[in-house]
Design a protein around this ligand. Structure first.
Ligand SMILES: CC(C)(COP(=O)(O)OP(=O)(O)OC[C@H]1O[C@@H](n2cnc3c(N)ncnc32)[C@H](O)[C@@H]1OP(=O)(O)O)[C@@H](O)C(=O)NCCC(=O)NCCS
Length: 187
């Protein structure tokens, strides 16, 4: 239930989801500085100082209570401790009991089901632990990998907004995916 404070890592079969630390800066920079990784993210490739400032900000966010609160979690492999990407969950609306999820993984670690495995754990946190009513994800519909991830998680495509976003020098569409707690429980 809200307020929720993340006090310990979340473990899956192969992965650990934990709060970021300053030791993650170089790895986060290694993927957030790449054009291919940022193609459909809302920001442009970041330099190390920008990443360091963002990570410092993320470290302070450990609690979900008000609109806009978020957890930006490092995803690391349990067998070798390698950080491979990150996930976020944010409170979209307390009044409407809705959270939003997002994900970014280093390309070296794509295609092995890590994003799916960790995002499933985040969905479980959202529905089983915090007990949100609804979870959404928004993306650029051209981002096939992210669309497929939403579908693998069992989310429903609810909307396709046409050219609603001025994005990196062009008009872009937004795809909106969602799942309700009762659908999660029935799945
Ligand atoms: C979106 C993103 C996280 C998806 O990564 P991904 O590697 O496709 O997703 P997963 O880690 O779940 O891997 C799934 C793939 O691994 C395969 N796979 C291999 N082993 C698997 C396993 N044990 N379990 C599940 N899938 C497995 C799946 O078949 C699937 O392959 P496919 O893409 O050919 O269908 C990644 O593309 C990314 O970081 N992109 C850049 C940032 C970005 O755009 N973020 C989203 C903004 S909205």
């Amino acid at each position: 239930m809200i307020p929720f404070e993340l006090t310990e890592p979340i473990e899956t079969e192969r992965l650990r989801l934990r709060l970021m630390t300053e030791a993650d800066i170089d790895i986060v920079h290694s993927y957030q500085s790449r054009e291919d990784v940022c193609r459909y993210l809302l920001f442009d490739p970041r330099d190390r100082d920008t990443v360091a400032a963002k990570v410092a900000e993320h470290i302070r966010h450990t609690r979900l209570e008000s609109d806009g609160d978020y957890l930006q979690l490092a995803v690391e492999r349990k067998d070798d401790g390698q950080m491979i990407g990150d996930l976020y969950i944010t409170v979209k609306s307390v009044e409407n009991d809705t959270a939003e999820l997002g994900w970014t993984f280093h390309p070296d670690h794509h295609g092995q089901g890590y994003a799916t495995e960790s995002a499933k754990a985040l969905l479980a946190l959202a529905f089983d632990t915090v007990e949100f009513h609804r979870v959404i994800a928004e993306l650029d519909p051209r981002n096939d990998a992210s669309v497929n991830l939403c579908l693998r998680l069992g989310m429903r495509r609810e909307a396709h907004f046409v050219e609603d976003l001025w994005f990196k020098g062009e008009w872009a569409d937004t795809g909106s995916y969602a799942m309700l707690a009762r659908e999660y429980r029935a799945s």
